[in-house]
Design a protein. Structure first.
Lengths: 622, 486
């Protein structure tokens, strides 16, 4: 028994115990404890691997002469760490009051545990067959989590599953194509063969891989399913899915294609007919488009959950952008962004869930002014959006800085512009998010609202604290990133506690944070001690734009936010991809009707006669 | 060697003696038919181990040497399908609540003729057994009393079946005209010269259509939804699960022995691909649960046909794996829906009243879709492997399979959603307790056992395919005076 075996066993027994006893009142806290134990076991694995040497699992079997085996290296560990912490904190969120209000908490607990188990299995896969098994399990586990609420959620989950199956079939085709060529399902054999694979085959395989894994991470043009599916999932589960589930696609893409050896090959793999485009640029631009378009779709949303999930898709593009640059700094930036994003996105989603718990809606047109009622949730959301927008002092800034920097160093100015456009969209829409929920005037219906209970506030605060600490001291997170980067085979990015020292420009977040708080401190001193005395009025006794506002004319410009911007860019949202999807669905429906009608018993004789005539004609001719 | 003879003779004997037993010893009669099947199963298993030890064996019927006499050839491929048929029909006896002479007789006839067909090495002999099997299945499908639709469906089945049989006969006649022999191993020797022309291929097409009626191949499978919608559940499970595979086995034998190296595989591929495409899409549109199962079954057989059409051992392995998997998964589904007939949307919230049945349904459908680590996935993997290795036109077949897998996922999952999630808080559907649960649960256990032992089983399959593909051994065993190459 190795440490990894223990981790698997722990995870599996968590599933089983929750399945059997998940209805008990304390099941939620049990789940938290179980994830904590898994976390400890995971930390015990940390010492076991170095470079691309992994901690093996003693569970393996042979089929048709191919070995399936599992083991965890630094890359898998990095993702597993995020997974387990996300599961632990979101479970803590649901263990208290929130979970008691849910109708099917038992299923939610089980689904979460199944997801964690499936992801651990996927993250430890050591060959293509185990990768595929893990991949399918993760897909179905995510479906289980999304579909629980029924109704709209189940519809969205169903759509997801069809996408996921398409991806799975692409993956299966790709790995079988590889096996046909190199007679092995082992990763190492594939990497060894990568430099000599014929271009046509490599294009096919790469496109299949990018399609398969891109569906999971909602890469353009496979992005349609994710926003509705994730946002319809019950709160805690949705936070978990948002934080890490879609990143499984990145993990898989990293281990199969984006190791240095694969990256070198992609860089010289010219596109047929358009030789000036290589596979790497194609991937980069796909990532850039994914970073831009969904972000601006997010800007249009009026539901807080949808807004966040659309951002999740865009940030996924950002991560891929960094990873696909393929330099040590790009890889470090992309990986770090995965970790950072998980911390603040989970916090944001939990904060929105807390708002829904109290106010009953996440509709941005029906909220406002909650800052006076839910101050802690406000602080969480504020810190979260600073991270999401990529501003100091939160950790989102560090990873985005690394990605920008890597694009600059790699001489990709156009992509840098694309990344900046994406960030602009993010800043605009996260402002909309915080304004419409917490700022402005409180609605009458919300006068009696209370702050969310401690059991919900605490996990959110822990998450944003992680986001803050790893922002001020990115060296902590970069140490973990190092292990993942080493497992991939890239050079490590030299770093210290506060950031990195780099020839073309260094970053020390300790300084940045220090100066920021110094400035805030001066501001606070001026505001508190040097200004006039504070005079608090009722919020409806106010004025805006030179007009006095009263209870009769509340100030709440939340509906139709950014009308000017929308007038300019609104016409570009043509929903072409949606139309294609709808077209495919209708085509399938049409085909099914035609074929269904063709199965009439009386036709059989007709077919037989036709077949007879044709065959006899052939005989006569022959 | 008496085993193979008993294997065929016992069920026939049983079938003809059963009325007498029923008249005189009613108590014993209840056990007579199952005992015959159990005896046969024991013999078949003994033969299986025999073949494992000493390799394939042959038997000259009546002592006349081939090509004049009729030879039987016993290898793992044939035995596998026979064991499936026997074990399957035995499991169908489990939990049966009313025993009826007529059905038991016909089932025994079906078993006897199916076994004979699988073992026989003579085309005309195969035809005779095929006809007996066909007649028995017409009778069985009509055996649900007081059901006009059932009679009508089986009458239509009879018409299509009769047309198909005449096609088969036409094909056999063409072969006889071309070669002057009907012994399979003799034909195998002569085939490369005489049968690989247009006429020979036409003969194959005719035989394919004829056998295709039972194998649920495209264009002659239109009887399937009609019959499956009205016939007794156990009969459907038997026909769709096991008898169809026996017909497929004959097609494979013909392809391997007579048409290896010719273009015949393209014909099978075409029928298979068309069947897969049309049936899976039709299943998406169907609303009646029994019909959905029928279309899915036709689609799966199309898939099996595609697998068998891939030249070489890899295709054979994939085909056998798919066929065996389907023979386990589909009967279980059929058995579950005894009380679930009608529109699939009526099943809303069935998990609350029939939890075990719903779980069995879920697992079986997941396996059919090919979700790892269930056996259906490994079968599909083998198929992908074989298809992409063969390349060329088979690449397109794989594209088609990918597409239809999506369709399959859509319609199976749609039903599972209905089972496990009751929308709008409707009261759960009223399902009476299911008698057919025992055999279905048994098949589920079997499925799970297979997924646990998948490594060993795939090795066995490889071995089996190697022997089945070995035409020379077949000829050497059944036609001692004709040595190949002379």
């Amino acid at each position: 028994m190795t440490t990894l075996d223990f981790l698997f066993l722990l995870s599996l027994s968590t599933v089983l115990i929750l399945l059997l006893f998940g209805r008990r009142p304390m099941a939620g806290w049990f789940a938290v404890a179980a994830y904590a134990m898994q976390l400890i076991m995971l930390l015990a694995i940390w010492k076991g691997f170095s470079g691309d040497i992994s901690v093996p699992s003693s569970f393996h079997f042979m089929i048709q002469g191919h070995q399936l085996h599992w083991g965890m290296n630094g890359l898998g560990w990095f993702f597993a760490l995020i997974t387990i912490i996300a599961a632990m904190l979101t479970s803590a969120f649901s263990a208290g009051e929130w979970g008691q209000q849910q109708k099917n908490m038992h299923l939610q607990h089980v689904a979460m545990a199944v997801n964690v188990f499936a992801m651990l299995l996927l993250l430890s896969s050591m060959d293509f067959l185990s990768l595929f098994i893990g991949w399918e399990l993760v897909s179905w586990a995510a479906y289980l989590m999304m579909t629980q609420r029924g109704g709209k959620a189940a519809d969205a989950a169903f759509r997801y599953l069809l996408y996921a199956m398409a991806g799975a079939m692409m993956l299966l085709t790709a790995i079988v194509l590889i096996n046909v060529r190199i007679h092995s399902f082992q990763f190492e054999a594939f990497w060894d063969a990568l430099p000599v694979l014929p271009s046509a085959l490599l294009w096919t395989i790469s496109l299949l891989f990018v399609g398969a894994f891109g569906i999971k991470m909602a890469l353009l043009p496979f992005h349609l399913w994710q926003a509705t599916a994730y946002s319809e999932t019950p709160g805690a589960g949705a936070a978990f899915l948002n934080a890490i589930a879609a990143r499984m696609g990145l993990f898989a893409l990293l281990i199969v294609l984006l190791k240095p050896i694969g990256m070198e090959r992609l860089q010289i793999l010219a596109m047929p007919l358009f030789a000036f485009i290589d596979a790497q640029s194609l991937l980069l631009w796909l990532a850039a488009l994914t970073a831009i378009i969904p972000t601006f779709i997010a800007l249009q949303q009026t539901d807080a959950r949808l807004l966040l999930t659309w951002h999740g898709i865009g940030q996924g593009g950002f991560m891929l952008l960094g990873l696909a640059v393929g330099t040590p700094m790009g890889i470090a930036g992309g990986l770090l962004h995965i970790l950072n994003y998980a911390s603040y996105q989970a916090a944001l989603f939990l904060a929105v869930t807390a708002v829904i718990y109290r106010a009953g809606t996440a509709d941005l047109d029906r909220l406002g002014g909650l800052i006076t009622r839910m101050p802690w949730t406000f602080i969480v959301l504020l810190m979260g959006i600073i991270g999401l927008a990529g501003l100091p002092p939160m950790n989102g800034f560090v990873s985005k800085w690394l990605i920008y920097k890597s694009l600059m160093d790699a001489n990709m100015p156009m992509l840098l512009v694309a990344a900046s456009i994406s960030t602009l969209g993010t800043i605009l829409s996260v402002y909309k998010l915080i304004h419409n929920i917490f700022l402005g005037q409180l609605r009458k219906a919300h006068f009696t609202l209370k702050e969310a209970p401690l059991s919900m506030i605490a996990p959110m605060l822990i998450l944003v604290l992680i986001a803050f600490v790893t922002g001020a001291m990115p060296g902590l997170a970069l140490t973990i990133v190092d292990a993942a980067q080493a497992a991939l085979g890239y050079d490590l990015l030299p770093h210290h506690l506060g950031g990195i020292t780099w020839p073309s420009g260094s970053l020390n977040m300790l300084w940045v944070t220090g100066i920021l708080f110094y400035g805030i401190g001066i501001g606070a001193v001026i505001f508190l001690f040097l200004g006039n005395k504070r005079h608090v009025t009722h919020q409806w006794d106010n004025y805006a734009g030179g007009h006095f506002l009263s209870a009769k004319t509340p100030y709440q410009y939340s509906h139709n936010f950014y009308p000017g911007l929308m007038r300019i860019i609104g016409g570009w949202f043509g929903q072409q991809v949606l139309n294609i999807e709808m077209g495919l669905r209708h085509f399938a429906k049409l085909l099914s009707e035609v074929f269904y009608d063709s199965y009439q018993v009386v036709y059989a004789s007709l077919y037989l006669v036709a077949a007879l005539v044709v065959t006899l004609a052939l005989i006569v001719k022959g | 060697m008496i085993g193979p003879v008993l294997l065929i003779a016992l069920p026939f004997l049983g079938a003809f003696l059963l009325p007498l037993v029923y008249q005189h010893y009613l108590r014993a009669a209840y056990w007579a038919a199952p005992m015959v099947v159990i005896t046969n199963l024991i013999i078949a298993l003994a033969l299986w181990f025999g073949v494992s030890m000493v390799g394939p064996q042959s038997l000259l019927m009546g002592g006349f040497a081939a090509p004049l006499g009729i030879t039987y050839y016993i290898d793992h491929l044939a035995l596998l399908f026979i064991i499936l048929l026997l074990a399957g029909s035995l499991s169908l006896w489990l939990g049966a609540w009313h025993r009826r002479l007529q059905e038991e007789m016909l089932t025994l006839l079906l078993i006897g003729s199916g076994t004979g067909m699988a073992l026989s090495g003579d085309l005309f002999n195969i035809y005779v057994f095929f006809e007996i099997m066909a007649v028995a299945s017409y009778g069985l499908t009509a055996s649900r009393r007081h059901c006009g639709q059932s009679f009508a469906a089986s009458l239509r089945f009879l018409i299509v079946g009769a047309l198909g049989s005449s096609m088969l006969l036409l094909g056999i006649a063409l072969i006889y005209a071309l070669t002057g022999t009907l012994n399979l191993s003799h034909l195998a020797v002569l085939a490369p010269e005489l049968l690989h022309g247009t006429t020979g291929l036409a003969a194959f097409a005719f035989m394919l259509i004829g056998l295709g009626v039972k194998a649920e191949l495209f264009a002659v499978n239109t009887w399937v939804p009609e019959v499956y919608a009205h016939a007794p559940i156990r009969v459907i499970a038997l026909l769709g699960g096991f008898v169809s595979k026996l017909a497929m086995l004959i097609i494979v034998r013909l392809l391997l022995l007579l048409y290896a190296g010719s273009d015949a595989y393209l014909i099978l591929l075409g029928f298979g691909a068309l069947g897969l495409l049309t049936a899976e899409f039709a299943a998406l549109h169907a609303t009646d649960l029994r019909r959905i199962l029928a279309y899915s079954s036709m689609g799966q057989l199309g898939l099996i046909a595609i697998a068998f059409s891939i030249p070489g051992e890899a295709g054979l392995i994939a085909g056998v794996a798919l066929a065996a998997h389907h023979a386990v998964a589909k009967p279980a589904l059929f058995l579950l829906i005894e009380n679930w007939g009608g529109h699939w949307q009526k099943l809303s919230g069935a998990v609350k009243v029939a939890p075990l049945a719903s779980v069995i349904f879920l697992i079986m459908t997941l396996s059919l879709i090919g979700v790892p680590p269930l056996p259906g996935f490994w079968a599909k993997l083998l198929l992908f492997q074989a298809g992409l290795t063969a390349g060329g036109i088979f690449n397109w077949a794989i594209v088609l399979i990918v597409l239809t897998t999506l369709i399959e996922t859509a319609y199976w999952l749609r039903i599972n959603r209905q089972l496990f999630q009751s929308e709008n808080n409707q009261p759960p559907v009223n399902i009476p307790p299911d008698r057919e649960l025992w055999p279905a649960a048994l098949l589920l256990v079997l499925l799970l056992l297979i997924s646990l032992n998948i490594g060993t089983i795939s090795d066995e399959l490889t071995q089996m395919a190697y022997h089945a593909n070995d035409t020379e051994t077949y000829i050497k065993h059944t036609l001692p005076m004709w040595q190949t190459g002379e």
